[in-house]
Design a protein around this ligand. Structure first.
Ligand code: NAD
Ligand code: UDP
Length: 315
C-alpha cells in the first residue's frame, strides 16, 4: 500500500509511520510542524519508501500518484498547544478534515480520522461508551479542540453515507510514550520531565480528577486493527485502568526514584478540565479483539528512559 499520514511528524503519527514502514508499505507524511518535530522521523530519512511533504492540510492538498489509505492525524492535541493555536486547531479539524476526505475520494482511498475522548467533554456518563453523545461547552476554552473533532466526525460520517467512502473513526484516550514532546504541557510530559530533573510534580487542583493512560504501542495496534476492519462507526481505543492525577504523580515519582515530591497548583488547571475519563472499550474488544497489554509501570518506565536520553542529548 501507499498511505498518507497527516500529522506524521507528531507523537502518535510518527509511531504509525514506523509501523507501516516496518510492514513494507510506502508512507507519505504531510505535516506543517506546528507541534510536531522532524526528529521523530529522522530514522527514516533515506528510506525510499518514505516521503515528507511540508504542508498545512487546512489548505488544498495535492499528492501525486496513487494513495490507498489516508490517516488524518494532524491536529494540536495538548490543551496548552490548542489554546495557543485555537484557530489553527479549528481549521485543521474542519478544513483539514474536509481536504483530506476530498483527497480520499479522488484517490479512492480508505480514510481514518484520529478523533478523541474529548468529544465526550466533561462526561456525565462514566465510563464513556461510543453511544454517549457527550457534554461539551462549545464556547469554553476547550471548545476549539472538542468541537473541531466533533465536526470532523460528522463530516467523516457524511462522506461515508453520501459518497460511500470507506471510513474509520478512532476515539483516542490519553496516550503517552516515547516522542511525547518534552515541551508539551500534557500531564505525562510535565510529570516525567519534572521527575527526571528531580523537581516537584505539579498537580493541578486537588488531583482527584482521573485519567486512563494508555501506552502508545497499544494505541497503534488498535488503530491498525480498526483500519483493516470493516467497521465505520467510532471505536474507543484506550485503557480502562483509571488513576487519579495525584496517584499518577506518586507512581511517576516512585518509578523515577524522584524525591522532589508533589506541589498542588490551583490556577494552572484549564477551565472545563474533565473530572473523570475512562473508556468503555468493550466495542474494541468485540470488533477488533483488541485490548491494551502494556502496564502503566512498564509504559512509564520506558517513557522515563526516553526523556532521560532526550534531555542528555539536548544538554
Ligand atoms: P502532536 O501534536 O504530537 O502531533 C500532531 C501533528 O499534527 C504534529 O506533527 C503537527 O505539526 C501536525 N499538524 C497540526 N496541524 C497541522 C496542519 N494544519 N497541517 C499539517 N500538520 C499539522 O499530537 P499527537 O498526540 O501525536 O496527536 C495526534 C492525533 O491524535 C491528533 O489528531 C490528536 O487530536 C489525536 N489524539 C491524541 C491523543 C493523545 O493522547 N496523544 C488523544 C486523543 C486524540
Ligand atoms: N495536569 C496536572 N499537572 C500538569 C499537567 C496536567 O495535574 O502538569 C492535569 C490536568 O489538569 C488534567 C490532567 O492532568 O486534569 C490531564 O491533563 P492533560 O493536559 O494531559 O490532558 P487532558 O486529558 O486534560 O486533555
Amino acid at each position: 500500500m501507499r498511505i498518507l499520514i497527516t500529522g506524521g511528524a507528531g507523537f502518535v503519527g510518527s509511531h504509525l509511520v514506523d509501523r507501516f514502514l516496518s510492514e513494507g508499505h510506502r508512507v507519505v507524511v504531510m505535516d506543517n510542524l506546528i507541534t510536531g518535530n522532524l526528529n521523530n522521523l529522522n530514522h527514516h530519512i533515506g528510506n525510499i519508501n518514505f516521503e515528507f511533504i511540508h504542508h498545512d492540510v487546512s489548505n488544498f492538498i495535492h499528492v501525486p500518484g496513487d494513495i490507498d489509505g489516508i490517516f488524518h492525524f494532524a491536529s494540536p492535541a495538548d490543551p496548552e498547544q490548542y489554546l495557543k493555536y485555537p484557530i489553527q486547531t479549528l481549521k485543521v479539524g474542519a478544513l483539514g478534515t474536509h481536504n483530506a476526505l476530498g483527497l480520499a475520494r479522488v484517490k479512492g482511498a480508505r480514510f481514518m480520522l484520529a478523533s478523541t475522548s474529548e468529544v465526550y467533554g466533561n462526561p456525565l456518563e462514566h465510563p464513556q461508551k461510543e453511544t454517549y453523545p457527550g457534554n461539551v461547552d462549545p464556547i469554553g476554552p476547550r471548545g476549539v479542540y472538542d468541537e473541531a473533532k466533533r465536526y470532523a466526525e460528522a463530516l467523516v460520517m457524511a462522506y461515508h453515507r453520501t459518497h460511500g467512502l470507506e471510513t474509520r473513526i478512532v476515539r483516542i484516550f490519553n496516550t503517552y510514550g516515547p516522542r511525547l514532546s518534552m515541551q508539551d504541557g500534557r500531564v505525562v510530559s510535565n510529570f516525567i520531565r519534572q521527575a527526571v530533573r528531580g523537581e516537584a510534580l505539579t498537580v493541578y487542583g486537588d488531583g482527584s480528577q482521573t485519567r486512563s493512560f494508555q501506552y502508545v504501542d497499544d494505541l497503534i495496534e488498535g488503530v491498525h486493527r480498526l483500519y483493516f476492519s470493516d467497521y465505520s462507526n467510532p471505536v474507543n481505543i484506550g485503557t480502562t485502568f483509571e488513576l487519579t492525577i495525584r496517584d499518577f504523580a506518586e507512581l511517576v515519582n516512585e518509578i523515577a526514584g524522584n524525591e522532589g515530591g508533589i506541589v498542588f497548583k490551583e490556577k494552572a488547571r484549564i477551565e472545563g478540565d474533565p473530572q473523570t475519563r475512562r473508556p468503555d472499550n468493550s466495542r474494541a474488544k468485540e470488533i477488533l479483539d483488541w485490548q491494551p497489554t502494556v502496564s502503566v509501570q512498564d509504559g512509564v518506565a520506558k517513557t522515563i528512559a526516553y526523556f532521560r536520553e532526550a534531555l542528555q542529548s539536548s544538554n
